[in-house]
Design a protein around this ligand. Sequence first.
Ligand code: SF4
Ligand code: SF4
Length: 546
Amino acid sequence: MAMSPEPSDRPGDPCPEETHGGRPPAGQDSGGRGTGGAARPADRAAAEVVGARGPLSVGQGGPVAATAASATVGLGMPGSGPPPGGPFDAHHPPDAALIGDCVHCGFCLPTCPTYVLWGEEMDSPRGRIDLMKGALEGDAFDASSVRHLDQCLGCMACVTACPSGVQYDKLIEATRAQLERRVERPRAERLLRDAVFAVFPYPRRLRALRGPLRAYQTAGLGRLLARSGLLDRLPGPLRAMESLAPKLGRTRPLPPHVPARGARRATVGLLTGCVQGAFFPDVNAATARVLAAEGCEVVVPRGQGCCGALSAHAGREPEALGFAKRVIETFEGARGGAGVDAVVVNAAGCGSHLKEYAHLLRDEPGWPERAAALATKVRDITELLDELGPVAERHPLPVAVAYQDACHLAHAQQVRDQPRRLLRGVPGVEVRELAEAEICCGSAGTYNLLHPEPAAELGARKARAVLATGADLMVTANPGCWMQVATTLAGMGERMPVAHTVQVLDASIRGVPVERVLARALDGPGTALPPARPAGARPPRGGAPG
Ligand code: SF4
Ligand code: SF4
């Protein structure tokens, strides 16, 4: 049986996506095919409605614009250039029929975070589809067009918004795989990407980082670096990594088998994830407890690896294929080969990727059926609990909750009502909605590492929306969103308790007092550390929240 690439490190993960290298001066954007690089008047009006800056302000206003060239890793930097021999090769270029579904209506524009930030046609779904179409017709990519494609967060808000059913998710994934094969990136960017992908999809390596990172946090080295000025001299991606690292607590591996409490209603496998497992062990523990309390026998297969979401979203296809095969084998082998009724995932990015395994493995002999069989069993934890219905008693938890939709749960999996229903099912919980809920927080896989400045602007936007609810607790379903928003809030001097949906359910089922829940969600493992520099000592990353 084919195995994944690294037998010595059998991962298990949920996860984080991309870049550019500076905008050309206004009016010199060569990315515009047909529609041109600037916004049309109607689109500019639409952008203003959602608070976008006009295209002419790109590169002129605010910290993002001022530092965009160096802050976002990507093409457009020395050493980059168009792929040799034409933009796409013959291996799954973006499907012309899917591209043809786009009728250029522009309904997707106000929900696209990069369009909202910059009001730039080529940084909208429609503009990016136009770039793909041009490339299919033989237009060479230049650094600018690649940058526009790199800057897409892969948030899939455009898929939700599109009335014509354009499958932008398939288009961007195919395009990214082409870019990964065909584009020679600048050395600095290559090194950064290699470093990110040498660590994040490997739980064992992530766990190995925990010791030094805990020592760094405990000794307060971040504050020393900040005082010495060294922090400011680090490249943007490294500064982003430093600030995003959550507080680390002790990890205790889950037992391989957790029996159901009471009558067994289902046997489920749990994907423990890379980032979730290493940085958010409390979420996995709460997931197992809630499943057991709701009558599920929980199987936690040993040696499960990364699901490959990070790799696939970055176009690293061979790597993603290897990871996917290992996950399939792992869950096929659960319960001595008898398999499980469902594979439960508690990280939105991983869940949405597992559900696409059949498409990913469509060319691999012997795998499509196995991939489809697994994909049909995949459930987000909130989907499964909602389907099963509650049997465990809920104790009151008087708390106002700001529920933040993770893009890969809401847009990619269309899971919106289930988490809200589950939260409202807890006596005392009041669910408050965020303004601009459809706009990505900027985390987007590794996006906030590879494009720290726009990610920070989106993070600040989301953090302000969370604060505006006046809630006591932010609840989300993805470790990336958690780190992004919690860190941004901390940078604004507004540290706030954050928890996963399943942790709220767990606390209610176990009768944990709300004060303890909030204290743990503010200072427990996975929470944001106070910023190395006190709030007010410098502007928040990427821009001043209003
Ligand atoms: S996936 Fe998100 S960032 Fe990319 S084009 Fe669609 S809405 Fe914009
Ligand atoms: S992707 Fe959909 S919503 Fe956006 S312009 Fe094309 S058809 Fe309209």
